[in-house]
Design a protein around this ligand. Structure first.
Ligand SMILES: CC(C)(COP(=O)(O)OP(=O)(O)OC[C@H]1O[C@@H](n2cnc3c(N)ncnc32)[C@H](O)[C@@H]1OP(=O)(O)O)[C@@H](O)C(=O)NCCC(=O)NCCS
Length: 181
């Protein structure tokens, strides 16, 4: 029988699994800013990243597991300055072999719940304009395109544009309540 999907915060003991997950994610897609060699080089480095994320106030490093294997992750980086406390930056990745099974949406919903608990209302991200799966995911969750960064990423010698997207949790809840009430 296949285990259910588990979404939970990363812990230090996950380091070897999350190192492998990161290597796979960064190798199979060019949609991230980071190159494979720019993520943790060893499991010990990965453990340090997990500890740093756990120590970052109101931030979260969530992971998705199926059959004991790490298959996806999502990050919430909370604004640390007083004037940015209500904002957070988010990111997500799911292994290609597990795509289109609702894992990305579950991770992003869990990140939203963590943001609400931390008093964060505005979630922001950037996404390459040709990243159709991620654009589809973010739009389906209510993120809106707020702008376009021209030539903001250099991939294989070519400059690529990104959309700036954001979602205000309170506004989207108001809209949902409005629809249902
Ligand atoms: C983007 C990504 C996280 C989506 O994860 P996922 O688990 O496949 O997404 P889900 O199955 O939860 O899909 C949720 C919704 O996203 C949209 N979506 C997902 N894949 C899509 C695709 N290939 N094309 C269009 N829309 C897509 C759909 O609206 C989908 O809802 P539906 O299946 O009910 O139609 C995943 O493709 C990924 O990790 N890509 C590589 C890394 C990346 O680009 N990260 C984002 C960087 S900004």
């Amino acid at each position: 029988m296949t285990d259910a999907l588990v979404i939970r915060e990363a812990v230090k003991a996950d380091a070897p699994d999350l190192k492998r997950l990161g290597d796979a994610l960064l190798t199979e897609t060019a949609y991230f800013h980071r190159l494979p060699q720019e993520r943790a080089a060893t499991a010990a480095d990965m453990a340090a990243v997990i500890e740093a994320m756990a120590a970052a106030p109101r931030s979260a490093y969530l992971t998705a597991w199926r059959d004991g294997a790490a298959i996806g992750e999502a990050v919430l980086l909370a604004g640390q300055l007083q004037r940015l406390r209500h904002s957070g930056t988010v990111g997500v990745g799911v292994l290609a072999r597990c795509a289109r099974q609702g894992v990305g949406r579950r991770l992003m919903r869990a990140i939203e719940a963590r943001a609400r608990d931390a008093g964060i209302d505005r979630l922001e991200l950037t996404v390459l304009v040709d990243n159709a799966p991620a654009l589809g995911l973010y739009k389906s969750l209510g993120y809106a395109v707020e702008g376009r960064k021209s030539g903001s990423v250099l991939i294989d010698g070519a400059l690529k544009d990104e959309f700036v997207m954001a979602k205000c949790l309170a506004l989207s809840e108001l809209a949902q309540n409005g629809e249902s009430g």
